[in-house]
Design a protein around this ligand. Structure first.
Ligand SMILES: *[C@@H]1O[C@H](CO)[C@@H](O)[C@H](O)[C@H]1NC(C)=O
Length: 188
């Protein structure tokens, strides 16, 4: 009798172990698209899956034709999906936290995780005459050509460098101004 009970207990515990073990093992794909309204080379974009602690678990390129990516997941848990594009390319969002529970998360449900291209970086320099450097504190504005309206404004850093982000292809003009100094010409 005693032996039978013990055996039963062993069987139950084995069963529970089997269940809990089984429920941590999942195979789902986290997929989605990198989307852009302008032509960008999707092959240059990496999608990376990190653990919550920041360890890289998986990385993949995007399909060159449509920006599709798919990352396999074998465990439940908390992860972060990040887009790592070439320097100066902006996307929204830049990362997506994933709480993969095997039931309600976007990956298990087969939903898409998408990243949308929001533009390139445009940078330049305001130079002092006959020098390779320029002043900081110069106002620089980016306008759509002919619009007369500032699309973005910034101020030069020490040395004269400036940058605009999230600029989609198009025709723009750049206007630099300063309270005291006369600026002759600014170019990209
Ligand atoms: C996109 O980038 C890949 C990787 O650098 C390159 O092999 C390919 O030629 C590029 N495609 C286009 C259309 O520029």
């Amino acid at each position: 009798m005693m032996v039978a009970v013990l055996q039963l207990a062993a069987a139950v515990s084995a069963l529970c172990w089997g269940w809990s073990r089984g429920s941590d093992d999942i195979v789902v794909g986290c997929g989605g698209f990198v989307k852009s309204e302008v032509d960008i080379n999707y092959s240059l974009i990496e999608i990376k899956l990190y653990t919550k602690q920041g360890t890289l678990k998986y990385q993949t390129d995007c399909a060159p034709n449509n920006g599709y990516f798919m990352i396999p997941l074998y465990d439940k848990g908390d992860f972060v999906l990040k887009i790592e594009p070439p320097l100066g390319w902006s996307f929204e969002p830049t990362s997506v936290p994933l709480h993969v529970d095997g039931v309600n998360d976007i990956c298990t449900k087969g939903g898409d995780v998408n990243f949308v291209f929001t533009g390139f970086m445009v940078n330049g320099k305001v130079l002092s005459r006959n020098q390779n450097l320029g002043p900081g504190g110069v106002q620089v504005a980016l306008r759509r050509t002919g619009s007369g309206v500032n699309f973005q404004t910034t101020v030069t850093q020490t040395g004269g460098k400036f940058a605009f982000y999230k600029v989609l292809p198009g025709d723009y003009e750049i206007i630099a101004s300063h309270q005291n100094w006369v600026l002759k010409e600014v170019f990209l």
